[in-house]
Design a protein around this ligand. Sequence first.
Ligand SMILES: [Ca+2]
Ligand SMILES: [Ca+2]
Length: 583
Amino acid sequence: MGRTSLVWLLVVFILGSLLLTLSGKFARTELAQHVERAARPHVTGSRPAAGAKDVAPVTGIAADITLPNTGAGVDPKTLDAGVSLIRTRDGAVIPAGKNTSGSGDAIVLKPIDPLDKDAEYHFTVNSNLKDTSGASFAPFEMKFTTAKDFAESEFPAAFEKVAMSGLTLDQNAFTSLAIGPDGLIYAGTFAGMIYRFEITPDGTLAPREPLMTVLQHNGGPRLVTGVAFDPASTRENPILWSNHGQMAVTPEGKLEGADDWTGKLSRLSGPGFSQYQDVLINLPRAYKDHLNFQIAFGADGALYFTQGSHTSVGEIDKKWGYRPERKLSAAVLRLDVQKLKQLPLDVKTDDGGTYDPSAPDAPLTLFATGVRSGFDLLPHRNGKLYCGVNGAGGNEGNTPGSPDGKVTALRDFKSTTSDTLLRIEAGRYYGHPNPTRHQYVLNGGNPTAGADPMEVSEYPVGTLPESNYAPPALDFGKNYSPNGLIEYKGARFGGALDGCILVTRYSDGKDILVLHLNSAGDVVETIAGVDGFTGFVDPLDLLEDDKTGNIYVAEYGGRTISLLRPIEGKPSRHAQRIKVGVR
Ligand SMILES: [Ca+2]
Ligand SMILES: [Ca+2]
């Protein structure tokens, strides 16, 4: 066993201990555990949904599950016998890859070849599927029908997915990727260590010892959401910025229960990145998984990141721990590093804090607002700043009403809102209300009795959008969870991917979607089904090595990183290309 493996073992052990200590906080009563053992693990829903029609024949099937036995996940060895997809017409069992997510809350089945068009399939889970405690799943079956008119076409780009051994984490997950001036790949994790990898000549990654600097300076695990290298970094003096917040997780693996004001932006430098400096402290932190997200440096030299919302749709709600929006939440923030003086800068705005982002010399300011959950920011070579946003889940929130009564509050707002791509412009509002900033109207409001752009039909007709509201550049649909964004660079594939935005779709999709832009920066076409871009387990962030065109994908649920290598001269044959109307 090599030295690297020993270091990894040590890391896994330390982390395991940390997590055990942490989860002790959430220990359940024996009675609750007993009640839970009595229940069987079972499927709670699926995508596509039961009875769905016009399903794309290139679909994967995801089943959400409940695992009542504490500590027990899906036993992967039982997936083959316990989960299947069958063509109704002839009972043919469809060859497929079967997987479970790392947090164990889903089963994913991905057919190896596209399904037939206009055919019924049934997806079944039987009692051969077990959790790791040996308990059988309750049987489940659902049927769906594939689309009749489904146009697949060629797309000049294709990739091969290369499995890499020795990268899968235990009790931890990758959240963010960056490439350093030293040619190493850096990966932030939800427990605070930043892993490093050497890129070998064939593109596969070889682990180096991880950086423990963030953990060491914060007395334990931290949820690292973003890592980015300062543009002033050199090979000799790399400077790594990291956004992170309190790591709070339930025994089921849900990121919940964090304390407010625990977000930080920190700078790591020096030999082995051992020098640690908190630059911003007391950033807002939502009860759930919204915090200070990924970092991007703009062409203007400023540092940008999105600060996630504290609520589902603007007003306090139960699922989000009744925590109100803050002056800096649900916004794209801009840090002018030249204006920083004494470090760290305390940016607490309420609860005893006095930071004012609109003060004349404020280093950290509101660049754009109304951005609910923008995990990644992409400054594109076309000069535009893009952000993928997760919409609100259904049945969970409240929207605020305005004190003057002009905007009606919506209590128990039921709708799921769309996931979107935003083109972020200074001073615009993108639709997530925040009463502390006197922003009350969700998305496009409901100005007329007809269909309005991004309307919220629950509002009374006549509810105008906020005056600086900007609609999204693209509506992905619901429950896709667009997260990591990159601009692909390079002339391979005849330039077909050069300048396209690549976005991971974490939930539905489990893939990388290609967004083709026109010269004005509008999305004019979406391309799904590129070879190598499908079948991930909760893909979160991605990265291109510009030298090779290789893409690295952080799979949060898969707890690993996948390598996608370009294949020249062999186009993808099952791409789904959809033209998008420009607004
Ligand atoms: Ca309307
Ligand atoms: Ca990223």
